[in-house]
Every structure is written in C-alpha cells, then in structure tokens.
Ligand binder design. Structure first.
Ligand code: C2O
Ligand code: CU
Length: 466
C-alpha cells in the first residue's frame, strides 16, 4: 500500500470537502534578518529552481540558536515589496516584540527596518514568520525559520536535526503557483492546500546517521493549510516536547505523529539498527509517500547499551490549570457547506453574500468576521481564563494563542490533552475547552493558523492587564 511518491494528489474540491545554517547569538550581538527573494529547488532533487521569498533568501531561513535566558536581538530589514513583520511563534514574549502588525506594531514597509529584542524564557523548538494581513502569502512563499532555545543542561544526543515540513502549491514547472494566492475557493474550504511536500526546504529529507546514534528530531509544520501525519518505519520514536514545551518522554503511538499548521513535536530516534539500512519517514495523511530517509552508516554500537531516557527540564511556566476562574465561548462558524447567513464585519452586520463577494470573508468567531473591536476577553494578571472553542464548521482548524501556552480541560472527541500547547487542532463538529493563566500583559492574537482562514475571518484577540 505504501508507494514511493512524494506528490500529494492535487486536492480537488471534493477531496477538500471530505478532508476532515545556524547563527549563534550567545552574547546577543544583533543578527540581521532580511526577507528577500531567493531560489530553492522544491519539485525534485536536481529539478528546476523556484523563486521563493525567504529570510536572507533561503528556505527555511537561518536557524537561530540561543541559550535559555539569553537575549535575542534581531534587526528585520524588509527586502520584499510587501509590508511585513516577524512573529516569534510559541515564545512567551513582551507584547511589543510579538510582531503582529497592526496589533502590536506598525507594519514594516519595504526597505524599512524593525528591531526585535527579547529574552528567551523557555528552552525548546520555536519558529518565526511574518504576521501581517498577507502572512498567508508570505509564509507560503517560504518566509519562515526555526528558533532553537537550548536547555541549560542539553540532553545527551548525537545529532540535533530539523524536520521542517512544508506543503507547497507548485506549477508543473516547479514554480510557486502565484495565481492561487487569495483564491476564495481555498479560503472558504480547507485553505490553500499544496501539491508538493518539502522537508527543510528540500524535495525530501536526506539524513546521514551512524548505527547506534541517538537523534533529536525537531519537527515543525510551516504549512498554511494542510494537516500532515508522519510515520517512521522500523524505529520507535519517543516524544520529548510538544509545541516547544518538554513532556515526560513517551512512545509515539503507531510511530505516527500529526502536525497541524504551526505545531511542533520533538522526537528522539535511537538508530539501534545495522549499518547499511535506511529508515524512511512517510507522509500518511493521504496516499502514503516518502517524506525523508535516514541512511545509517557504521557506528559505535557501545552507545546503545548506555542510553537513558531523556527528560528535559520543565520551563518556568505556571502550574497547569485544573479548572478555569472564568470561561468564555469561542464559536466558529462559516465556510463551505455551512456558509454564514450573516456576521459583523468592521462594525457592520452584513449578509453572507456581501461578506463573501465584497470582503472575501467566509468565517466568523462569535458572529464577527475579521478582527473585532472588542477583545474576546479582558483578564487581569494571572486569572486562569478558559475558552470553550466550538467548531461548528465542516473543516478542521488549528487555533493558536499568542504569548501564552495552554492546556485542555475538556474535549468532545476524547480525553483532554494535558500537555502545554500553543496551537490546538479541532476536527469538524468538535469542541475543546482550553485554559491558561493570563499572566502576560498586552494585546494578544488568537486565530486559526490555517492562514487563509485567518485572513478570511478567523481571528480575534484578548487583552491581559498587569
Ligand atoms: Cu504562528 Cu499568529 O502565528
Ligand atoms: Cu481554520
């Protein structure tokens, strides 16, 4: 049943309907990051070069690496013909540095700069990407990179590797399908699904390891729409962190993990396997195909005997809440098959046709399409805020909270997930109640990380006061 094929079936509308270079900053010198056009081979190894937009012209952009507690100073120099910004996804950060234009800063115009400076409180795997009205296009053109915050006491591993999965929509010539940006059909369905997967900006991932090696694989999805699942053959992975936050090491069920847009998982792979073998990773959300392979060379078998389970130290987060002090509802409506009859948009109540035809809005949160004037809630420092997210649409959504991590208190389709997360996936017709201590002052976004959904209605914000 497994085929060696790396292209996704180009999603027809019916398929869509049934789809449920390291830089060290140890002493905080200022790093410059320039979004600009660049080239990357995406379609197949040895194939055509596509014109992408990337930080410093590369995809993924430079991997930033700091020690926990260190300060990061980055000057954004805008080299594209769009307003842009940098959001530090999953980082608990000063609100002014969160990079959301226009909520937390003015958009950075072409040729202009913005200085980001913040202290990395939590060790883990994070990422950065633009956050503007056009982030759905900028991220899909390749503007993203990984931010690694190293543990005080880094675990004993042989290789610390990235597995950055992206879902590109390319033309037959292997170029970015530009004509499909802003497509209303995509926006009102599952989002702009791609047809080609890349790992670390390459047509598929190729890794060389040695027999007996222990690998930490930092997995991230930068896709703007597709929910992907990856299955590792032969080797049983253990998960050690989710969305950047450490967990007690546990086996990955069925050797398969799912990543919704924006989500991360850090896994450990012990290559307790003979030299000369190959371990493949398949993408299995649709017809399975090879996403990456590890070539196992000669190694030091002694290491296999001496390995202990990895337990990353917890980050300085508050206690995991067992209950909320206050709970608000966040009802998601709209999209294909269940179109909005009406919703508020920029202060006016509009019918569904007008929302769609005149404003490209297809989704509403609590009856409002796009950014509401009033926040979802206002909370004072430390109040444990619950949000009951109700997905009344026919599509999955990946809801992302800025400036905080949350846990689930309840979910309608299974046991609550008690790991800290910053992005939660909701299947159609399900609801999830999340909670977190609202302890980081500022105005924070709360939106669907399927970025076409965000742009076509699915966003809100909340405010925390000290
Ligand atoms: Cu990864 Cu609001 O963003
Ligand atoms: Cu969505």
């Amino acid at each position: 049943m497994v085929v060696d094929r790396r292209r996704f079936l180009l999603a027809s509308s019916s398929a869509a309907l049934c789809m449920p270079g390291s830089v060290s900053l140890a002493s905080a010198p200022r790093k410059r990051l320039e979004p600009r056009p660049g080239k990357a081979v995406l379609l197949e190894h040895g194939g055509p070069e596509a014109t992408i937009w990337g930080f410093d012209g590369r995809v993924p952009g430079p991997t930033l690496r700091v020690r926990r507690g260190d300060e990061l100073a980055v000057r954004l120099v805008n080299g594209i013909e769009h307003d842009t910004s940098i959001h530090w996804h999953g980082i608990r950060i000063d609100n002014a540095m969160d990079g959301v234009a226009p909520l937390t800063q003015a958009p950075v115009e072409p040729g202009k700069t913005f200085d980001y400076r913040f202290r990395a409180l939590d060790a883990g795997t994070f990422w950065y990407h633009p956050h503007t009205h056009h982030s759905y296009e900028q991220v899909a053109r390749g503007l993203y990179g990984v931010l690694i915050v190293e543990e005080d006491d880094p675990p004993d591993i042989d290789h610390d590797l990235l597995f950055v999965a992206d879902d590109w929509r390319l033309t037959e010539e292997g170029q970015i399908d530009e004509a499909s940006f802003g497509n209303w059909h995509d926006a009102s369905h599952a989002g702009r699904l791609g047809n080609v997967l890349t790992i670390n900006g390459e047509p598929y991932g190729r890794y060389a390891v040695a027999s007996g090696d222990r690998v930490r694989l930092r997995c991230l999805s930068t896709a703007t729409a597709r929910v992907m699942s990856f299955a590792v053959e032969t080797i049983q992975p253990s998960a050690i962190a989710i969305d950047g936050q450490p967990i007690k090491s546990r086996l990955v069920p069925d050797r398969t993990f799912t990543l919704a847009p924006g989500q991360r998982i850090d896994i450990v792979l012990d290559f307790d396997i003979a030299a000369g073998s190959t371990v493949r990773v398949f993408e299995v959300s649709n017809t399975p195909f090879v996403a990456a392979e590890f070539m196992v060379g000669e190694g030091n078998r002694d290491r296999v005997e001496s390995r202990a389970e990895i337990r990353l130290a917890d980050n300085p987060l508050p206690e995991k809440p067992e209950r909320a002090d206050r709970t608000v509802d966040l009802v998601m409506e709209g999209g294909a098959m269940r179109f909005l009859t009406s919703a508020e948009f920029q202060g006016d109540e509009l019918d569904g046709q007008t929302l769609a035809r005149s404003h490209g809005q297809f989704w509403a949160l609590n009856g409002v399409a796009g950014m509401p004037d009033d926040p979802l809630f206002r909370a004072a420092g430390g109040e444990v805020m619950g949000t009951r997210i109700v997905n009344r649409t026919a599509f999955p959504h990946a809801m992302h909270v800025h400036g905080h991590h949350f846990v689930e208190l309840a979910r309608s389709d299974g046991p609550a997930d008690r790991d800290w997360r910053d992005t939660v996936l909701l299947a159609p017709d399900t609801e999830v109640t999340i909670a977190f201590p609202a302890d980081n002052p500022g105005k924070w976004m709360f939106h669907c990380h399927m970025l076409e959904h965000q742009a076509s209605g699915m966003m809100t914000w909340f405010e925390v006061t000290a």
